[in-house]
Design a protein around this ligand. Sequence first.
Ligand code: RB5
Length: 149
Amino acid sequence: MKIAIGCDHGGIVLKAAIVDLLQQRGVAVTDMGCAQGESVDYPEYGLKVARAVAQGACDKGIVLCGTGIGISIAANKVKGIRAAVCHDVFTATMCAQHNDANVLAMGGRVLDEKTALRMVEAWLDTPFEGGRHVGRLDKIRAIEDEYFR
Ligand code: RB5
């Protein structure tokens, strides 16, 4: 399992904790930045992570900004990306189970570290349920085919 992770300055503290967790789990992590002390624009880091996942260089991605909102919007502009902003273990579980979210987005100014780490574990450990959800994802792909180049 390879995971790309990226953030802006609003997610930098949480990113370090998540990288530690992933490494403890034996996950290969590609850290796309930003670096501590930088003030950056979140779309650049959402795009880097989304590209790595969409091109197959990484299996999944994690993106972080102050709220998780801006960077998820950016990541979702890449075809094939299903980035979900989550706020608790329930939403992190459901985005894997029902939406097969390949990018988890979280807010460094929203979540405490313990909750964020439990969310990452729930997202990674929850399989996609398939079944009725497959057709719904197919409908999302059809929207992409219509509107994305
Ligand atoms: C940066 O200050 C902040 O706007 C960003 O981290 C994020 O919350 C945007 O959605």
